[in-house]
Design a protein around this ligand. Structure first.
Ligand code: ADP
Length: 533
């Protein structure tokens, strides 16, 4: 014969596998077999039955944690016979009586059919079932508490992890203002170990808090209000004696009240978010926007200027061509007109060259072609090219200092060097009415430094930086005074930078300007594509 308690357990397993829907059922599942075994022993003991006799008494347990389950059991057993409120209820089924016991609060044990369920037996059984109920409640309570404690521990662990790893600077203060918790970011922010302030610093009494105006917001939080401060700049490490004194940071500060179950504020949380990077990005964006707008404006000004720049030489060409057709012209007059037409043509060609160069630079199509270049020769070419033009304005063009012959050969892009020098000398002549233009080149460290010095009109200080930008002319108000598209210097700058050098200017209004540029000496750099920024 199969062991009764074993049968019971098997049956119980079956019942639970169908009904175990929530954790409570699982708890009962764990503890019930034990109690049912105890109950079986008790029955066997009370009734002094053994072996086959016990079969009649076999417990058919059903533990219903839900009333719907209990109802289905009751339906199965048809009508109860007896008072359901009693702890033991009688059911009639298949010509037999069954006896059901309610386990306080937890469900029902249905016991086997037995004729000999006399009053005494039921009474004794009642006590056992009650006890069983109590134990179940207790064990369930313990389980519940353990689960709650586990939940609490988990939530504490999560909270502490979140707080420690948070990029926000967090400090928690009790109802008296004493600091009770801080995170890692707090230590980095103030440059202090937590031990320096924890349980010592009082946010309500601090001088720094008062002086920075934070106290007003702190007090509002203690009154239950969640406060967001306007963004501000502050140097946290400047207050402590940190080496270097720290830096100004942009901060977004928020203060939250923490309320207890009675709704009273017993803690406040102060958080600082370092938004310096965001502010920087915002500023950069604004600058980029301004630059884009400025660039748009300059392009429009450039187009307007361009039309003037093309029209003037064009008018010259058309006008003097017409004059040339006149029947009576002296030889000198003819030559003069032809010279003007030639100059106008050259001026147009210049502008077209500049426009082509700048668009090549913009699209990154300019290549650097390195070859062994005689620098002295390039300077000499430029001097001889502009000699006549300078003389016409009564300006002398001097090569002040050339390189010693053996040092004059440099690996660089000779076309670019020529173009830079031409632009600078051309400008020096254009913006001068008297004096001398000096050109020089000397080796300084790993670089060759060139300068082109004139005694011209000079450049206003506030324009010194912008003249290297595209479409800029030194003085926008005086835009019509000198011909030019405002591209020469930006092309020169792009070329100098492509060669790995730098360009700058020193100037004084009315006295003249000195344009400097450098290129690496004897560079071995590989050819590269240009990109205009
Ligand atoms: P452009 O000469 O065609 O206007 P550039 O790019 O060559 O264009 O020069 C930009 C501006 O820089 C000029 O409009 C002028 O105001 C100023 N500039 C350049 N070189 C000189 C110089 N040597 N002396 C005075 N101003 C100069």
């Amino acid at each position: 014969m199969v062991d009764k308690s074993l049968l019971t357990e098997i049956f119980l397993e079956l019942v639970f596998s169908v009904n175990a829907e929530n954790k409570e059922d699982l708890i009962l599942k764990k503890s019930m077999p034990l109690y049912l075994r105890k109950l079986n022993c008790f029955l066997a003991g009370v009734l002094k039955k053994e072996g086959d006799d016990l079969k009649e008494l076999m417990i058919i347990p059903f533990v219903a944690s839900k009333s719907s389950d209990w109802l289905s059991v009751k339906d199965f057993f048809s009508h109860p016979h007896g008072d359901e409120k009693e702890i033991c209820t009688r059911y009639f089924f298949n010509d037999f009586y069954y006896y059901g016991f309610t386990l306080t609060g937890y469900g029902v044990l249905i016991l086997g059919r037995k004729k000999a369920f006399d009053d005494l037996f039921i009474k004794e059984l009642q006590a056992v079932v009650l006890h069983l109920g109590k134990v179940l409640i207790q064990s369930n309570e313990i389980e519940r508490r353990e689960r709650a404690e586990h939940k609490l521990r988990e939530s504490e662990r999560r909270f502490s992890l979140l707080m420690q790893e948070s990029p926000y600077v967090i400090g928690i203060y009790d109802s008296t203002g004493i600091q009770v918790a801080v995170n890692k970011a707090f230590e980095d922010f103030w440059g202090l170990p937590a031990s320096g302030t924890l349980n010592k610093f009082n946010v309500l009494k601090s001088r720094i808090v008062k002086n920075t105006g934070l106290l007003t917001y702190v007090l509002r939080a203690y009154q239950g209000e969640a406060v967001s401060l306007p963004e501000y700049e502050f140097n946290p490490k400047g207050l402590t004696d940190i080496e270097g004194g720290g830096q100004l940071r942009w901060l977004s500060t928020k203060i939250y009240p923490l309320k207890n179950q009675l709704g009273e504020v017993d803690n406040i949380v102060i958080t600082h978010e370092d938004i310096t990077e965001r502010k920087k990005a915002e500023n950069d964006l604004l600058k980029a926007k301004d630059k884009a707008e400025e660039s748009d404006r300059l392009k429009s000004a450039f187009l307007a200027n361009m039309s003037h720049e093309f029209r003037t030489p064009m008018n010259g060409i058309l006008g003097f061509s017409e004059l040339l057709q006149q029947p009576v012209l002296t030889g000198d007059e003819k030559n003069e007109y032809i010279e003007i037409i030639k100059q106008s043509g050259a001026r147009m060609l210049n502008i077209i060259d500049d426009i082509i160069n700048i668009s090549k630079l913009e699209s990154g199509e300019v290549e650097v072609l390195i070859s062994n270049t005689n620098i002295n020769e390039q300077i000499a070419y430029v001097c001889s090219f502009f000699k006549d033009e300078a003389e016409k304005k009564n300006i002398c063009l001097n090569l002040k200092e050339a390189l010693p012959w053996e040092m004059a050969f440099v690996n660089t892009d000779c076309e670019k060097i020529y173009s830079i020098l031409s632009n600078l000398v051309k400008n020096a002549i254009k913006y001068s009415n008297k004096g001398c233009i000096e050109i020089a080149c000397e080796k300084k460290g790993d670089f060759l430094e060139f300068f082109i010095k004139d005694t011209g009109i000079g450049i206003p200080e506030d324009r010194l930086k912008v003249i290297f930008d595209r479409f800029r002319q030194g003085d926008m108000g005086n835009i019509r005074a000198f011909e030019g598209a405002g591209l020469g210097l930006s092309i020169s700058k792009a070329y100098v930078e492509l060669l790995g050098g730098d360009i700058w200017v020193e100037s004084e209004i009315g006295k003249g300007s000195i344009f400097y540029f450098t290129i690496p000496y004897n560079t071995k750099s590989e050819p590269k594509m240009a990109l205009m920024i």
